[in-house]
Design a protein around this ligand. Structure first.
Ligand code: MN
Length: 245
């Protein structure tokens, strides 16, 4: 049976992505593999992570860290690497990632949409989440890659202050997302958060659905669809999870 395997934030952990594909017995050509974005930065090798994803025929959505390295790449493509290095301010972790990525990796990241709708599963894949107040075609692209919470004025924010947006979202489509390692696994009625902090030494998590299967509303049933592999190491220290990073 053809399955859909949706994988949380890889963040440069290419070996763990390989471990997960082994553990799920991913069958390239029949199974569908989808990554929730943030393939790059923090972990040991962003190039390996993107190459593994590309070689496996993965689909993905773009995360905020993917977008960071793409800002540099667009400048480098337009004006040359020297100009990009001078004009685009990158943190050390993003500069490292940029150095690990090949031209083809950048092109692949640049091709990623912000949202993927999987109609047969009645679900949407997005990196950070959606603003529950706005229709899907009127979402702020920056928030799709960065939202974490809804504040006391019902506004979307990038911080952990307020309520997780996933608790506010009332469907009908189920949203599968990543981005929020601090909150970790989120199992809400109409949303499933898969960022379990692999780069911080925790685990890489996937949701595995059968052909046309919808995400089970029942939490015990949903947990049976989760497949995780442990991180091979603590690849980076965890920040407070509250900044734009
Ligand atoms: Mn992110």
């Amino acid at each position: 049976m053809a399955r859909t395997i949706i994988v949380g934030d890889v963040h440069g952990c290419g070996d763990e992505l390989g471990d997960l594909l082994d553990t799920t017995r991913y069958a390239q050509g029949s199974d569908r593999l989808i990554l929730v974005g943030d393939l790059v930065a923090r972990g040991p090798d962003s190039g390996l992570a993107v190459r593994r994803a590309r070689d496996a025929g993965a689909l993905a959505v773009r995360g905020n860290h993917d977008e960071k390295v793409l800002v540099w790449w667009r400048a480098a493509t337009a004006h040359g690497k020297g100009v990009a290095d001078r004009k685009i301010k990158l943190s050390d972790r993003h500069r490292t990632a940029v150095g690990q990525l090949a031209e083809e990796d950048f092109r692949w990241l640049a091709s990623l949409p912000l949202v993927r709708s999987l109609a047969s599963h009645n679900l949407i894949v997005v990196h950070a989440g959606i603003d529950p107040r706005a229709p899907l075609d009127e979402q702020d692209p920056a928030m799709l890659m960065n939202i974490r919470s809804i504040d006391e004025h019902s506004r979307p924010t990038r911080t952990l202050d307020g309520l997780a947006w996933a608790k506010v979202w009332g469907g009908p489509a189920h949203v599968v997302f990543g981005h929020d390692a601090r909150r970790g696994l989120q199992l809400e009625a109409f949303a499933t958060g898969l960022d379990t902090g692999c780069c911080y030494g925790r685990e890489l998590t996937s949701l595995v659905l059968d052909d046309d299967e919808e995400v089970p509303l029942d939490i015990a049933q949903r947990k049976k669809r989760l497949v995780t592999v442990p991180a091979r190491a603590v690849h980076c220290p965890m920040g407070d999870g509250n900044g734009p990073e």
